[in-house]
Design a protein around this ligand. Structure first.
Ligand code: HEC
Length: 224
């Protein structure tokens, strides 16, 4: 009889324990960690980060406040010219590639971005014969950089302005290219305008052309 009493007690304990175990599995909140000894440590009262209300809620704190007006992020180069014809010509006159970037290797770094963002309209040679144009999927043929170079309008600032704001039917590429990347593309576009040769080669070629032209012009006409 005594044994039976203990058996019932033992069985009862097991039943209670398993009931408690299973009941904790079917909680209303499945994320709950179960029994909590120090609930505050499980559930903080701090507000969630990056919510809109935080600027109000944390007015006196140094965190999560909006930067003051006119703040410029480190390394950011503001572009002071507006998206209009005046801005374009001012940029063309005053906005120049930083001198430290003007060299052959940086010029070729621009090809990386050109091949991703410009080539399918402007073409490998910059002649406006990109795949989208030759396949007739895009109805607007961009002008040839070679022609623009001859006209003298392929300036640093103008190309930068076009990349930043777009021009006519061409959209802005400001979201795709950082200011530094834009300069690299500008340099590569100018290289294409020269017929994809380095500045040194181009200058040599131009001097030769001028030299041969002037010899032709000044060569005395031989009497027959
Ligand atoms: C979707 C096709 C397309 C893409 C992509 C594109 N362009 Fe253009 N681009 C054009 C067209 C079309 C024009 C002519 C716009 C006009 O005058 O209406 C143009 C004009 C230009 C001009 C101005 C030429 C002038 O008249 O002085 C420059 C410079 C230029 N693009 C550079 C770039 C660069 C650099 C990229 C890449 C970052 C690029 N474009 C990407 C289609 C494109």
């Amino acid at each position: 009889m005594k044994v039976k009493k203990y058996t019932i007690l033992a069985l009862g304990t097991v039943a209670f324990a398993s009931a408690a175990m299973f009941s904790s599995c079917v909680k209303e909140n499945p994320d709950s960690p179960g029994m909590e000894f120090m609930p505050d440590m499980y559930r903080g009262v701090g507000p969630e980060a990056n919510l809109e209300f935080i600027n109000d809620a944390m007015k006196d704190s140094m965190t999560n406040l909006l930067p003051p007006d006119g703040t410029v992020a480190r390394g950011w180069t503001p572009f002071p010219y507006e998206n209009n014809a005046m801005g374009d010509s001012l940029a063309s006159a005053f906005w120049k590639v930083p001198a430290s970037m003007r060299n052959d290797s940086v010029e070729m770094e621009g090809k990386f971005y050109y091949d991703r963002f410009c080539v399918y309209c402007h073409g490998d040679a910059g002649d406006g014969q990109g795949k989208l144009v030759t396949s007739e999927k895009y109805p607007n043929q961009p002008p040839s950089y070679l022609d623009l170079n001859k006209k003298g309008t392929l300036t640093d600032g103008h190309v930068y302005h076009v990349i930043t704001y777009g021009k006519g039917v061409m959209g802005s590429h400001a979201a795709q290219l950082s200011p530094e990347e834009r300069w690299k593309v500008v340099l590569y576009v100018e290289r294409l305008g020269r017929g994809n040769i380095s500045m040194a080669e181009y200058q040599k070629k131009m001097t030769e052309t001028v030299a041969t032209d002037s010899t032709k012009a000044t060569a005395p006409v031989q009497p027959k």
